[in-house]
Design a protein around this ligand. Sequence first.
Ligand SMILES: Cc1cc2nc3c(=O)[nH]c(=O)nc-3n(C[C@H](O)[C@H](O)[C@H](O)COP(=O)(O)OP(=O)(O)OC[C@H]3O[C@@H](n4cnc5c(N)ncnc54)[C@H](O)[C@@H]3O)c2cc1C
Length: 570
Amino acid sequence: MPAEPVQVETDVLVIGAGGAGMYAAIEAARAGAQVFLIDRSLIGRGGATVMAQMTVAVALGAEVPDHWSHHLDDTLAAGRGLCSEPLARLLCEEGPDCIREMEQWGIGWARRDGHFAQAMAPGHDRPRCVYVDFLNTGPAVSKTLRTVVNKTAGIRKAGDLAVVDLAVQDGEVTGAVALHLGSGAPVVVSAKATVLGTGGLTRLYRRNSASLNMGGDGYALALRAGAPLLDMEFVQFFPIGHLAPRLIGMDPIMWDPFRYKLGGRLLNNQGEEFAQRYGVAEDGKYVLTRDVGTYGIIKEVEAGRGSPHGGVYLSFQHCSAEALRAAFGPVIDRLAANNIDLTKMPVEVAPIAHYHMGGVQADVRMETELPGLLVAGEAVGGANGANRLSGNAITEALVFGRRAGRSAAERVARVRARPKAEGGAALDLIGAGSRDDGPNTAAMIHALQATMADEVGPLRTEAKLHRALATIERLTRELGERPTGTNAPFDLRRLEWFDLRNMLLVALVVAAAALRRQESRGAHQREDFPEMVPDWRVNQMVRLDGGRIALASVAAAPAEPAQPAEMAAQ
Ligand SMILES: Cc1cc2nc3c(=O)[nH]c(=O)nc-3n(C[C@H](O)[C@H](O)[C@H](O)COP(=O)(O)OP(=O)(O)OC[C@H]3O[C@@H](n4cnc5c(N)ncnc54)[C@H](O)[C@@H]3O)c2cc1C
């Protein structure tokens, strides 16, 4: 017997308790709305925010004079002509305010000589990134927001609630339907406003920096509800993900802060600092943007100049033990526990899926095309165009979260009657009877991740993308229409079925958008179309139309920054 759904009513439903979701909840509650903040994992510990390491880009001007318009210029240039300028502007203009508010909440941004310390990062024209030291930025951001969430009246919270579908009536979003992992029971939440703060999609890839909760749920939820997505072909690969030797207990992208502080040399197997070949002279400094770094590393490996495990070397051997210890303190001991002594050896690094520039289309109020549905953080598409600058993602989570919370509360004040969400087909799926004859969903996730890495990775071709689409379609047929597993507590087979339902839809959209874009731009590099093409300075919008995806081009904002020479030359 399927369990009766648990019914919850609220003014604002916030789905996802990362940086964006928690800030949205706080802001909506401060404006007087009743908020229900839910997450498929633990509140404030489930997504990318808690994993983030170092940089938060904001034009505070603490080290050298700065202005948000300079930050905007750098963001637009990195986005290669595809940024939604209003969203990028919002990010840059309101970032400093959120950072100061976080300081008042006690985060403890690192300081130097009495002012905020701001680090230089690739693509920024001056030191602009605040941080909390020793790889602690993300944990500190999460802890600070969790503390404020806990202190703010009007916020109810629930973990272990995986949203399966949004509830839509007459084109309006009226809440959501979730699976409670701890009981297997369905939960229907009715809300005047629903904020999607579900983060990114990097779990789609074999090597990724993500948590298990980043399979692109929010994109799939929005798409099935009828909202369009933007720029889904632009997956950011982080060039220097740890590859070898084995490193336990550390994040694969931990080398980034080392490079911010100490530079470090990116070397091929001939000991050459090869970045120059791709148009960027690093000379021991860290100036390589992510798209160019990823491209250069893959090309070095293809040319037979890679490291034994298929990446390149990152060396800090020119730094003294004292300099390393001064910059990284206890992290040096954790490396030693893994038999890594940076004064004696380089490490091997290679690109790893890290962030998604695409996402749900929204205006500067963070409202989507669907009344009642707002979006925040990495789930939003367009602010970073074809490539994101270091440090812009946390800023985006905080600024867009705060704005979404405010807009949600304004909608609550406007809408008189609280709607009653209908569970619909999602209730049916959650309550479906046992199915033991279904496919092996764990093996299918593995197959999908391999396909995305090999065929929809940093360097794409028409043939690769067709192969990916064929595999995704085969896996979708294999998955079928009825969930596997049971509706018993913590039946992870059932959760995996729902995860795959979303992952396959999102993978399809990414691959289809990549196939349609016949040029190379930012993080999207087509080996069969190596040039950036002016006619392709358009955003691609995706919708679900009668169960099939439909792609269309929409004009991008004016002013085209130049493609860096190193990419155009390849
Ligand atoms: C290892 C790592 C290091 C990083 N370092 C930096 C850095 O130094 N600087 C920077 O600017 N950016 C960094 N980033 C990127 C940045 O952290 C993210 O873009 C940002 O934190 C996203 O915040 P968010 O709130 O949008 O999403 P998240 O923090 O990912 O939160 C999303 C939440 O939604 C929940 N969720 C997802 N689906 C569902 C569902 N169906 N139902 C209910 N809940 C759901 C998840 O469990 C999760 O808790 C890093 C990312 C990673 C992975």
